[in-house]
Design a protein around this ligand. Structure first.
Ligand code: AMP
Ligand code: MG
Length: 409
């Protein structure tokens, strides 16, 4: 059987590093920055006041005291947005508001609270030191300095920085377009009545949601039955709109495993058994004239979910310009015993909690229903308990690797 790592690297090799596109700043929220951003100017761009008050020469107010205020004539009134170049000579001052450029001459700002607030003359009741309440040019960012590195996700803070350094647009990696197709003659759209032997289709909904959480644009095509021509026709029709195709079902050893049947014939998709549980039957390759990457996942819902997180997510992250490494892993204490088949790596669903006060490690509670068809436990799970290939049983209290499942995007 193929190792999990080997299958991950085969899947990753299907896709190339993305090419950047320039998007307007307002469209950049949530995107991945493709190039470093440097500031074309220093921030602040000019010395300015940090407070509402009076721009003074510190030496002029050195003796100011509550009972002996220094009186200075106010020779200018500077609001934020005032032009530069106002001159103020020794023995006088300018009224100044937060963000207004410092006038030429003064070297400190006295907050209005330390004065009588005068507009012709002002009485200053406390001394100031050189530089007090002055925000020097370049005190935040120096001209030419890098303010964001490539690969940063653009959230609210990054957005503020981009606008503050004057960017109207930024190069980002486009969101991969993921197309999801489920297969199975037994499937019925949720909301419609079920006939004998039928089930409501869940995988394409689940996989579409997982791809959205991975930051992709998603087209859930829904599902088709198990007729080879229908499946191939549907896949070919979906190629044009897909950077990656993801299918579920029809890849095991059964008589109607149609995805395997039609794609193995194309010669560009390889079907394989990966040493894991759940998720053993996997397929990967390309389809169509543009060699669109395709990953074919098993149909059992839990297998499809685990396969997505272990194999598809890294591929989508690579396409987005993000680190394609596995989900973050933490060490955790198992709350109850688990078993695992030999020579296969188990990804058990669990709930990671804590650490509780007084304990170093979090606890992971494995779900009680671990069958690959038992998808109810997916609803609360926030982690996979990883049981290595050479381990078949772990007692309660064992320390294990737990992979944290992704947060909602
Ligand atoms: P398959 O891999 O097609 O043999 O399917 C394995 C199991 O998963 C069967 O019990 C299917 O009914 C079930 N299954 C396959 N596809 C889906 C789906 N899209 N939604 C829910 N269950 C599915
Ligand atoms: Mg099937």
């Amino acid at each position: 059987m193929k190792s999990v790592e080997r299958h991950i690297s085969d899947c990753l090799a299907l896709v190339a590093a993305p090419a950047p596109v320039e998007v307007d700043l307002l469209r950049a929220h949530g995107e991945v920055l493709a190039e470093a951003v440097a500031s074309p100017v220093s921030l602040p761009g000019f010395d300015n006041s940090a407070m509402d008050g009076y721009a003074v020469y510190a030496a002029d107010v050195a003796e100011a005291a509550e009972d002996a205020p220094v009186v200075l004539p106010v020779v200018a009134d500077l609001a934020a947005g005032a032009g530069a170049g106002t001159k103020v000579v020794r023995g006088s001052c300018a009224r100044i508001m937060t963000g207004a450029p410092m006038p030429e001459g003064p070297d400190a700002v006295v907050p209005v609270e330390w004065t009588d607030g005068g507009t012709e003359n002002v009485r200053v009741r406390r001394p100031a030191r050189v530089g007090d309440a002055v925000r020097p040019a370049g005190g935040d960012v120096l001209e030419g300095a890098e303010v964001l590195s490539p690969g940063s996700r653009i959230g609210a803070g990054e957005m503020g920085v981009l606008a503050a350094v004057g960017r109207r647009s930024v190069p980002v990696f486009p969101r991969p377009r993921v197309v999801v197709l489920a297969t199975g003659e037994e499937l019925v759209e949720p909301g419609r009545p079920l006939g004998p032997g039928q089930i409501w289709e869940s995988n394409s909904h689940m996989l579409a949601a997982a791809a959205l959480d991975a930051g992709c644009e998603v087209h859930r095509h829904g599902f088709v039955g198990d007729a080879p021509d229908t499946v191939l026709g549907a896949l070919e029709g979906l190629l044009a709109g897909a950077d990656v195709l993801v299918t579920s079902g029809g890849v095991s050893m059964g008589a109607y495993d149609v995805v395997k049947e039609v794609l193995a014939r194309q010669g560009t998709v390889e079907f394989t058994q990966v040493a894991m549980q759940p998720g053993k039957p996997q397929g990967f390759g390309t389809l169509g004239p543009d060699r669109t990457p395709i990953l074919t996942l098993p149909g059992n819902p839990v297998s499809a979910f685990v396969s997505f997180q272990v194999f598809v997510r890294p591929v989508l992250r690579k396409l987005r310009g993000l680190d394609p490494g596995p989900l973050p892993t933490v060490r955790a204490v198992l709350s109850s015993a688990v078993t695992s088949p030999s020579e296969r790596r188990s990804f058990l669903r669990g709930v990671l909690r804590g650490p509780e006060p007084g304990s170093d490690l979090p606890t992971v509670v494995p779900a009680s229903r671990q069958g690959s068809h038992q998808l109810s436990a997916l609803a609360d799970a926030n982690a996979f308990v990883v049981v290595p290939e050479d381990v078949t049983a772990l007692p309660a209290g064992a320390v294990v690797d737990a992979m944290r499942l992704p947060e909602m995007c």
